[in-house]
Write a protein that binds this ligand. Sequence first.
Ligand SMILES: [Zn+2]
Ligand SMILES: [Zn+2]
Ligand SMILES: [Zn+2]
Length: 85
Amino acid sequence: MKVKLNRWNAVSVWQWGEVQDEVCGICRVAFEGTCPTCRYPGDDCPLVLGVCKHAFHIHCIVKWIDTDSRGSCPMCRQPFQMAME
Ligand SMILES: [Zn+2]
Ligand SMILES: [Zn+2]
Ligand SMILES: [Zn+2]
């Protein structure tokens, strides 16, 4: 019984660690929050996923693409393309 409990704890700690990595690579704010120019999370500040599997707040990546002449992903420097669902 005790061993089982320890295993559960280990799993939940690992999952929590994964969640903490979920921040926007541009503004460094968690995905559950908004980009610096928005006040309310949700539909007004959606997330976009690139084909390279990097995700950003839509306003962050739009601004970034605007200023980056090559339009590349700030995380992996590949040309950023939104992954359509
Ligand atoms: Zn952002
Ligand atoms: Zn926003
Ligand atoms: Zn990328």
